[in-house]
Design a binder for this molecule. Structure first.
Ligand code: TRP
Length: 447
Protein backbone atom coordinates (compact mmCIF):
# COMPACT_ATOMS: atom_id res chain seq x y z
CA UNK A 1 0.00 0.00 0.00
CA UNK A 2 1.31 3.42 -0.88
CA UNK A 3 1.14 5.74 2.08
CA UNK A 4 0.39 9.42 1.54
CA UNK A 5 3.29 11.48 2.85
CA UNK A 6 3.56 15.13 3.70
CA UNK A 7 5.62 17.38 1.47
CA UNK A 8 8.51 18.95 3.35
CA UNK A 9 6.84 22.34 3.70
CA UNK A 10 3.58 20.58 4.36
CA UNK A 11 5.08 18.78 7.31
CA UNK A 12 6.59 21.88 8.86
CA UNK A 13 3.37 23.82 8.46
CA UNK A 14 1.32 20.94 9.82
CA UNK A 15 3.60 20.46 12.84
CA UNK A 16 3.72 24.22 13.38
CA UNK A 17 -0.06 24.27 12.89
CA UNK A 18 -0.33 21.72 15.66
CA UNK A 19 2.00 23.66 17.92
CA UNK A 20 0.64 27.14 17.27
CA UNK A 21 -2.76 27.02 18.86
CA UNK A 22 -4.93 28.44 21.57
CA UNK A 23 -1.92 27.83 23.78
CA UNK A 24 0.04 30.56 22.02
CA UNK A 25 -2.55 33.25 21.56
CA UNK A 26 -4.95 32.65 24.40
CA UNK A 27 -3.00 30.89 27.14
CA UNK A 28 0.57 32.19 26.86
CA UNK A 29 -0.35 35.88 27.23
CA UNK A 30 -2.55 35.28 30.23
CA UNK A 31 -0.16 33.02 32.12
CA UNK A 32 2.59 35.54 31.40
CA UNK A 33 0.29 38.20 32.84
CA UNK A 34 -0.53 36.11 35.90
CA UNK A 35 3.09 35.21 36.54
CA UNK A 36 4.41 38.73 36.40
CA UNK A 37 5.86 39.06 32.90
CA UNK A 38 9.58 39.12 32.04
CA UNK A 39 10.98 36.64 34.53
CA UNK A 40 8.36 34.09 33.54
CA UNK A 41 9.04 34.63 29.83
CA UNK A 42 12.72 34.04 30.52
CA UNK A 43 12.13 30.76 32.37
CA UNK A 44 9.71 29.67 29.68
CA UNK A 45 12.21 30.32 26.88
CA UNK A 46 14.92 28.33 28.66
CA UNK A 47 12.47 25.48 29.23
CA UNK A 48 11.41 25.45 25.61
CA UNK A 49 15.03 25.11 24.53
CA UNK A 50 16.36 22.71 27.14
CA UNK A 51 13.35 20.44 27.55
CA UNK A 52 10.91 21.27 24.75
CA UNK A 53 13.28 21.05 21.84
CA UNK A 54 14.96 17.90 23.16
CA UNK A 55 11.72 16.03 23.60
CA UNK A 56 10.30 17.29 20.30
CA UNK A 57 13.22 15.77 18.46
CA UNK A 58 12.85 12.50 20.38
CA UNK A 59 9.17 12.35 19.54
CA UNK A 60 9.88 13.07 15.87
CA UNK A 61 12.48 10.33 15.81
CA UNK A 62 10.07 7.71 17.17
CA UNK A 63 7.52 8.56 14.50
CA UNK A 64 10.06 8.83 11.71
CA UNK A 65 11.64 5.45 12.48
CA UNK A 66 8.46 3.71 13.54
CA UNK A 67 6.44 4.89 10.54
CA UNK A 68 3.21 3.75 12.14
CA UNK A 69 0.71 4.82 14.75
CA UNK A 70 2.14 5.67 18.17
CA UNK A 71 1.48 2.28 19.77
CA UNK A 72 2.98 0.25 16.93
CA UNK A 73 5.95 2.61 16.64
CA UNK A 74 6.88 2.11 20.29
CA UNK A 75 6.42 -1.61 19.97
CA UNK A 76 8.62 -1.88 16.92
CA UNK A 77 11.42 0.32 18.19
CA UNK A 78 11.75 -1.18 21.65
CA UNK A 79 14.77 -3.50 21.65
CA UNK A 80 13.10 -5.64 24.35
CA UNK A 81 9.92 -5.72 26.46
CA UNK A 82 7.97 -4.74 23.38
CA UNK A 83 4.69 -5.66 24.99
CA UNK A 84 5.25 -3.24 27.85
CA UNK A 85 6.63 -0.36 25.83
CA UNK A 86 3.71 -0.37 23.49
CA UNK A 87 1.73 1.24 26.29
CA UNK A 88 3.89 4.29 25.74
CA UNK A 89 1.86 4.77 22.61
CA UNK A 90 -1.39 4.98 24.52
CA UNK A 91 -0.62 8.51 25.55
CA UNK A 92 -2.57 9.47 22.44
CA UNK A 93 -5.67 9.13 24.62
CA UNK A 94 -4.59 12.44 26.17
CA UNK A 95 -5.15 14.21 22.87
CA UNK A 96 -8.66 12.91 22.60
CA UNK A 97 -9.37 14.11 26.13
CA UNK A 98 -7.86 17.55 25.50
CA UNK A 99 -9.97 17.78 22.38
CA UNK A 100 -13.21 17.50 24.35
CA UNK A 101 -12.75 20.96 25.87
CA UNK A 102 -10.57 22.33 23.07
CA UNK A 103 -13.53 21.96 20.71
CA UNK A 104 -15.75 23.84 23.16
CA UNK A 105 -13.22 26.70 23.33
CA UNK A 106 -13.02 26.81 19.52
CA UNK A 107 -16.81 27.14 19.67
CA UNK A 108 -16.49 30.21 21.96
CA UNK A 109 -14.12 31.70 19.41
CA UNK A 110 -16.60 31.18 16.57
CA UNK A 111 -19.19 32.90 18.71
CA UNK A 112 -16.81 35.79 19.38
CA UNK A 113 -16.21 36.32 15.66
CA UNK A 114 -19.92 37.10 15.47
CA UNK A 115 -19.83 39.25 18.62
CA UNK A 116 -16.87 41.20 17.24
CA UNK A 117 -18.66 41.88 13.98
CA UNK A 118 -21.98 42.86 15.50
CA UNK A 119 -21.51 44.51 18.87
CA UNK A 120 -18.49 44.65 21.14
CA UNK A 121 -19.09 45.12 24.87
CA UNK A 122 -18.48 48.75 25.88
CA UNK A 123 -16.55 48.18 29.12
CA UNK A 124 -14.63 45.48 30.97
CA UNK A 125 -17.52 44.76 33.38
CA UNK A 126 -19.94 44.49 30.44
CA UNK A 127 -17.53 42.16 28.65
CA UNK A 128 -17.14 40.09 31.77
CA UNK A 129 -20.85 39.65 32.27
CA UNK A 130 -21.30 38.78 28.58
CA UNK A 131 -18.64 36.08 28.83
CA UNK A 132 -19.99 34.66 32.08
CA UNK A 133 -23.47 34.74 30.65
CA UNK A 134 -22.34 32.71 27.66
CA UNK A 135 -20.67 30.15 29.94
CA UNK A 136 -23.49 29.79 32.40
CA UNK A 137 -26.65 30.43 30.43
CA UNK A 138 -25.62 30.17 26.78
CA UNK A 139 -25.70 26.39 26.57
CA UNK A 140 -27.50 26.39 23.24
CA UNK A 141 -25.15 28.95 21.66
CA UNK A 142 -22.13 26.99 22.80
CA UNK A 143 -23.67 23.76 21.59
CA UNK A 144 -24.26 25.16 18.11
CA UNK A 145 -20.66 26.35 17.78
CA UNK A 146 -19.19 23.22 19.36
CA UNK A 147 -21.13 21.27 16.72
CA UNK A 148 -19.60 23.37 13.95
CA UNK A 149 -16.11 22.76 15.35
CA UNK A 150 -16.81 19.03 15.51
CA UNK A 151 -18.06 18.97 11.90
CA UNK A 152 -15.09 20.90 10.50
CA UNK A 153 -12.47 18.85 12.35
CA UNK A 154 -14.08 15.53 11.48
CA UNK A 155 -14.41 16.49 7.81
CA UNK A 156 -10.70 17.31 7.67
CA UNK A 157 -9.73 14.04 9.39
CA UNK A 158 -11.86 12.02 7.00
CA UNK A 159 -9.83 13.43 4.11
CA UNK A 160 -6.55 12.17 5.56
CA UNK A 161 -2.99 13.44 5.81
CA UNK A 162 -2.53 14.91 2.33
CA UNK A 163 -5.97 16.04 1.23
CA UNK A 164 -7.17 17.01 4.70
CA UNK A 165 -4.49 17.93 7.22
CA UNK A 166 -1.78 19.17 4.86
CA UNK A 167 -4.22 21.17 2.77
CA UNK A 168 -5.87 22.75 5.82
CA UNK A 169 -2.49 23.88 7.13
CA UNK A 170 -1.20 25.12 3.78
CA UNK A 171 -4.16 27.48 3.63
CA UNK A 172 -4.74 28.52 7.23
CA UNK A 173 -1.19 28.86 8.55
CA UNK A 174 -0.01 31.56 6.10
CA UNK A 175 -3.21 33.48 6.78
CA UNK A 176 -2.62 33.20 10.51
CA UNK A 177 0.95 34.53 10.12
CA UNK A 178 -0.35 37.43 8.06
CA UNK A 179 -3.00 38.43 10.56
CA UNK A 180 -0.77 38.19 13.63
CA UNK A 181 2.10 39.87 11.77
CA UNK A 182 -0.15 42.66 10.50
CA UNK A 183 -1.66 43.38 13.89
CA UNK A 184 1.78 43.31 15.44
CA UNK A 185 3.01 45.95 12.96
CA UNK A 186 0.07 48.15 13.90
CA UNK A 187 0.78 47.67 17.60
CA UNK A 188 4.41 48.63 17.00
CA UNK A 189 3.35 52.22 16.41
CA UNK A 190 1.27 52.62 19.54
CA UNK A 191 2.60 54.13 22.76
CA UNK A 192 1.63 51.03 24.69
CA UNK A 193 4.26 49.04 22.80
CA UNK A 194 7.21 50.12 24.92
CA UNK A 195 5.31 49.19 28.07
CA UNK A 196 4.41 45.83 26.58
CA UNK A 197 8.06 45.27 25.65
CA UNK A 198 9.22 46.11 29.15
CA UNK A 199 6.55 43.93 30.69
CA UNK A 200 7.58 40.91 28.65
CA UNK A 201 11.34 41.30 28.50
CA UNK A 202 12.46 43.04 31.68
CA UNK A 203 12.52 40.37 34.32
CA UNK A 204 11.43 41.25 37.82
CA UNK A 205 12.72 38.16 39.56
CA UNK A 206 10.82 38.61 42.79
CA UNK A 207 7.58 38.01 40.91
CA UNK A 208 8.64 34.47 40.11
CA UNK A 209 7.19 31.72 42.30
CA UNK A 210 7.86 27.99 42.28
CA UNK A 211 4.50 27.56 40.62
CA UNK A 212 5.72 29.73 37.75
CA UNK A 213 8.43 27.18 37.04
CA UNK A 214 5.92 24.35 36.95
CA UNK A 215 3.55 26.36 34.79
CA UNK A 216 6.42 27.11 32.41
CA UNK A 217 7.32 23.44 31.93
CA UNK A 218 3.70 22.39 31.56
CA UNK A 219 3.12 25.10 29.04
CA UNK A 220 6.27 24.34 27.06
CA UNK A 221 4.83 20.86 26.51
CA UNK A 222 1.36 22.00 25.75
CA UNK A 223 2.39 24.69 23.30
CA UNK A 224 4.78 22.42 21.41
CA UNK A 225 2.13 19.68 21.23
CA UNK A 226 4.46 17.24 22.96
CA UNK A 227 3.87 14.16 25.03
CA UNK A 228 0.85 12.60 23.41
CA UNK A 229 1.94 11.41 20.00
CA UNK A 230 0.70 14.26 17.80
CA UNK A 231 4.17 15.13 16.54
CA UNK A 232 4.99 11.42 16.49
CA UNK A 233 2.02 10.61 14.28
CA UNK A 234 2.76 13.45 11.86
CA UNK A 235 6.41 12.41 11.71
CA UNK A 236 5.40 8.94 10.58
CA UNK A 237 4.41 10.61 7.32
CA UNK A 238 7.61 12.62 6.93
CA UNK A 239 9.33 12.33 3.56
CA UNK A 240 12.27 9.92 3.86
CA UNK A 241 15.05 12.42 3.35
CA UNK A 242 13.96 15.10 5.80
CA UNK A 243 16.26 16.61 8.40
CA UNK A 244 14.56 16.08 11.74
CA UNK A 245 16.82 18.56 13.49
CA UNK A 246 15.95 21.34 11.08
CA UNK A 247 12.27 20.54 11.15
CA UNK A 248 12.21 20.55 14.94
CA UNK A 249 14.08 23.85 15.04
CA UNK A 250 11.69 25.40 12.54
CA UNK A 251 8.64 24.28 14.50
CA UNK A 252 10.02 25.48 17.83
CA UNK A 253 11.02 28.82 16.29
CA UNK A 254 7.65 29.38 14.64
CA UNK A 255 5.77 28.44 17.77
CA UNK A 256 7.84 30.65 20.06
CA UNK A 257 7.85 33.48 17.55
CA UNK A 258 4.07 33.53 17.26
CA UNK A 259 3.63 33.36 21.04
CA UNK A 260 5.96 36.32 21.56
CA UNK A 261 4.39 38.36 18.75
CA UNK A 262 0.88 37.63 19.97
CA UNK A 263 1.88 38.48 23.54
CA UNK A 264 3.51 41.79 22.61
CA UNK A 265 0.57 42.70 20.41
CA UNK A 266 -2.06 41.90 23.04
CA UNK A 267 -0.24 43.64 25.88
CA UNK A 268 0.28 46.71 23.70
CA UNK A 269 -3.46 47.01 23.16
CA UNK A 270 -4.16 46.36 26.83
CA UNK A 271 -1.62 48.92 28.10
CA UNK A 272 -2.68 51.47 25.49
CA UNK A 273 -6.20 51.43 26.93
CA UNK A 274 -5.30 50.91 30.54
CA UNK A 275 -6.47 47.33 31.04
CA UNK A 276 -4.77 44.90 33.44
CA UNK A 277 -2.37 42.25 32.07
CA UNK A 278 -3.18 39.81 34.85
CA UNK A 279 -6.80 39.12 33.93
CA UNK A 280 -6.43 35.34 33.68
CA UNK A 281 -8.23 33.07 31.21
CA UNK A 282 -10.69 35.84 30.39
CA UNK A 283 -7.92 37.99 28.93
CA UNK A 284 -8.81 37.56 25.26
CA UNK A 285 -12.53 37.04 25.83
CA UNK A 286 -13.06 39.88 28.31
CA UNK A 287 -10.32 42.51 28.44
CA UNK A 288 -9.56 42.45 24.74
CA UNK A 289 -13.10 42.93 23.38
CA UNK A 290 -13.56 45.88 25.77
CA UNK A 291 -10.26 47.36 24.58
CA UNK A 292 -11.21 46.90 20.94
CA UNK A 293 -14.48 48.70 21.65
CA UNK A 294 -12.49 51.81 22.55
CA UNK A 295 -11.00 51.86 19.06
CA UNK A 296 -14.32 52.33 17.29
CA UNK A 297 -15.00 50.66 13.97
CA UNK A 298 -11.32 49.83 13.50
CA UNK A 299 -11.66 47.89 16.73
CA UNK A 300 -14.48 45.80 15.26
CA UNK A 301 -12.29 45.05 12.29
CA UNK A 302 -9.32 44.08 14.46
CA UNK A 303 -11.50 42.01 16.75
CA UNK A 304 -12.99 40.07 13.84
CA UNK A 305 -9.64 39.25 12.25
CA UNK A 306 -8.13 38.50 15.66
CA UNK A 307 -10.79 35.92 16.47
CA UNK A 308 -10.54 34.50 12.96
CA UNK A 309 -6.80 34.02 13.49
CA UNK A 310 -7.52 32.41 16.84
CA UNK A 311 -10.03 30.06 15.20
CA UNK A 312 -7.47 29.11 12.54
CA UNK A 313 -4.85 28.45 15.18
CA UNK A 314 -7.34 26.34 17.11
CA UNK A 315 -8.49 24.26 14.16
CA UNK A 316 -5.03 23.33 12.93
CA UNK A 317 -4.15 22.20 16.46
CA UNK A 318 -7.42 20.38 16.93
CA UNK A 319 -6.85 18.03 14.00
CA UNK A 320 -3.47 17.08 15.47
CA UNK A 321 -5.01 16.32 18.85
CA UNK A 322 -7.17 13.56 17.44
CA UNK A 323 -5.25 12.31 14.41
CA UNK A 324 -3.11 9.97 16.59
CA UNK A 325 -6.23 8.13 17.75
CA UNK A 326 -7.58 7.99 14.20
CA UNK A 327 -4.26 6.64 12.94
CA UNK A 328 -4.20 4.09 15.73
CA UNK A 329 -7.62 2.74 14.80
CA UNK A 330 -6.70 2.59 11.13
CA UNK A 331 -3.38 0.79 11.73
CA UNK A 332 -4.37 -1.58 14.50
CA UNK A 333 -7.98 -2.39 13.71
CA UNK A 334 -7.78 -1.94 9.94
CA UNK A 335 -10.70 0.44 10.14
CA UNK A 336 -11.48 2.52 7.08
CA UNK A 337 -10.40 6.13 7.71
CA UNK A 338 -13.94 7.40 7.43
CA UNK A 339 -15.18 5.16 10.21
CA UNK A 340 -12.19 5.88 12.45
CA UNK A 341 -12.52 9.66 12.03
CA UNK A 342 -16.26 9.64 12.70
CA UNK A 343 -15.92 7.42 15.78
CA UNK A 344 -13.24 9.63 17.26
CA UNK A 345 -15.22 12.73 16.29
CA UNK A 346 -18.40 11.53 17.98
CA UNK A 347 -16.46 10.70 21.13
CA UNK A 348 -15.02 14.15 21.61
CA UNK A 349 -18.30 15.69 20.53
CA UNK A 350 -20.35 13.99 23.23
CA UNK A 351 -17.80 14.20 26.03
CA UNK A 352 -17.30 17.83 24.98
CA UNK A 353 -20.97 18.44 25.65
CA UNK A 354 -20.49 17.22 29.22
CA UNK A 355 -17.54 19.61 29.60
CA UNK A 356 -19.64 22.42 28.22
CA UNK A 357 -22.54 21.69 30.56
CA UNK A 358 -20.23 21.58 33.56
CA UNK A 359 -19.74 25.35 33.20
CA UNK A 360 -23.46 26.06 33.09
CA UNK A 361 -25.46 27.22 36.07
CA UNK A 362 -28.06 24.54 35.47
CA UNK A 363 -25.82 21.46 35.41
CA UNK A 364 -22.64 22.83 36.92
CA UNK A 365 -23.30 21.50 40.43
CA UNK A 366 -23.96 18.01 39.18
CA UNK A 367 -20.75 17.98 37.15
CA UNK A 368 -18.41 19.33 39.80
CA UNK A 369 -16.22 16.86 41.63
CA UNK A 370 -14.24 18.14 44.55
CA UNK A 371 -12.42 21.33 43.73
CA UNK A 372 -13.04 21.37 39.97
CA UNK A 373 -15.78 20.91 37.46
CA UNK A 374 -15.54 18.35 34.67
CA UNK A 375 -14.09 20.89 32.21
CA UNK A 376 -11.29 21.96 34.56
CA UNK A 377 -10.51 18.40 35.62
CA UNK A 378 -9.84 17.36 32.05
CA UNK A 379 -7.64 20.40 31.51
CA UNK A 380 -5.74 19.70 34.72
CA UNK A 381 -5.29 15.95 34.26
CA UNK A 382 -4.14 16.25 30.66
CA UNK A 383 -1.93 19.33 30.75
CA UNK A 384 -0.43 18.81 34.19
CA UNK A 385 -0.15 15.04 34.42
CA UNK A 386 -0.60 13.18 31.13
CA UNK A 387 1.54 15.41 28.89
CA UNK A 388 4.55 15.61 31.22
CA UNK A 389 4.24 11.85 31.79
CA UNK A 390 4.07 11.19 28.04
CA UNK A 391 7.10 13.43 27.55
CA UNK A 392 8.98 11.61 30.27
CA UNK A 393 8.26 8.25 28.67
CA UNK A 394 9.50 9.49 25.32
CA UNK A 395 12.65 11.05 26.77
CA UNK A 396 13.50 7.83 28.59
CA UNK A 397 12.63 5.68 25.60
CA UNK A 398 14.85 7.51 23.13
CA UNK A 399 17.50 8.49 25.67
CA UNK A 400 17.92 5.22 27.56
CA UNK A 401 16.07 2.35 25.88
CA UNK A 402 16.68 2.65 22.16
CA UNK A 403 20.17 1.65 21.06
CA UNK A 404 22.42 4.68 21.02
CA UNK A 405 23.90 3.65 17.65
CA UNK A 406 20.49 3.74 16.07
CA UNK A 407 19.69 7.22 17.37
CA UNK A 408 23.15 8.41 16.51
CA UNK A 409 23.12 7.05 12.97
CA UNK A 410 20.17 9.25 12.09
CA UNK A 411 20.77 12.37 14.14
CA UNK A 412 24.53 12.74 14.32
CA UNK A 413 24.95 13.62 10.63
CA UNK A 414 22.22 16.23 11.05
CA UNK A 415 23.55 17.65 14.29
CA UNK A 416 27.29 17.47 13.89
CA UNK A 417 29.11 18.24 17.13
CA UNK A 418 26.00 19.31 18.99
CA UNK A 419 24.62 15.79 19.04
CA UNK A 420 26.15 15.17 22.46
CA UNK A 421 24.55 18.26 23.96
CA UNK A 422 21.11 17.22 22.79
CA UNK A 423 21.58 13.61 23.89
CA UNK A 424 22.67 14.72 27.34
CA UNK A 425 19.77 17.06 27.82
CA UNK A 426 17.35 14.38 26.65
CA UNK A 427 18.81 11.75 28.96
CA UNK A 428 19.19 13.85 32.09
CA UNK A 429 17.87 17.41 32.01
CA UNK A 430 14.46 16.64 30.53
CA UNK A 431 13.64 13.69 32.85
CA UNK A 432 14.81 15.52 35.98
CA UNK A 433 12.80 18.60 35.00
CA UNK A 434 9.71 16.56 34.24
CA UNK A 435 9.84 14.42 37.37
CA UNK A 436 10.32 17.53 39.51
CA UNK A 437 7.29 19.12 37.94
CA UNK A 438 5.10 16.08 38.40
CA UNK A 439 6.09 15.59 42.01
CA UNK A 440 5.47 19.23 42.71
CA UNK A 441 2.05 19.04 41.10
CA UNK A 442 1.08 16.05 43.14
CA UNK A 443 2.06 17.95 46.24
CA UNK A 444 4.80 15.44 47.10
CA UNK A 445 7.65 17.85 46.54
CA UNK A 446 7.25 21.40 47.68
CA UNK A 447 9.72 24.15 47.08
N1 TRP B 1 -0.09 23.03 20.91
C1 TRP B 1 -1.47 23.38 20.89
C2 TRP B 1 -1.66 24.75 21.51
O1 TRP B 1 -0.71 25.42 21.79
C3 TRP B 1 -2.36 22.40 21.56
C4 TRP B 1 -2.10 21.02 21.08
C5 TRP B 1 -2.32 20.54 19.86
C6 TRP B 1 -1.52 20.01 21.82
N2 TRP B 1 -1.89 19.25 19.79
C7 TRP B 1 -1.41 18.91 20.95
C8 TRP B 1 -1.06 19.93 23.10
C9 TRP B 1 -0.81 17.77 21.37
C10 TRP B 1 -0.48 18.77 23.52
C11 TRP B 1 -0.33 17.70 22.68
O2 TRP B 1 -2.76 25.18 21.69
Amino acid sequence: MKIARFSRVGFILAAAGSAVGLGNIWKFPYITGENGGGAFVFVYLITVLAIGFSVMLAEMLIGYLGRRDSVTSFEELAPRHKGAWKYGGFMSVAGLLIMTFYSVVIGWIFHYIAVAAIKLPDSVPAAESAFTHMLQEGVLTQLVYHTIAFLVVTAVLVRGIKGGIERLNLILMPMLFLIVGGMFLYALNLDGFSKAWAFMFQPEWHKLTSDSFVTAVGHAFFTLSLGMGAILTYSASLPKKSSLVRSALAVVALDTGIALLAGLMLFTFLFEYGAEPSAGPGLVFISLPAVFYEMGILGNFFAVIFFIALAFAGLTSAVSLVEPMVQYMIDRFKMPRFLAAVTVGLFFYFVGIIALLSNSSEYGQMLTFGSRNFFDWIDFITASIMLPLGGLIMAIFVGHIMEKERVESILKPQFGKLFGVWYFSLRYIAPVGLVTVMLHLMGILTF
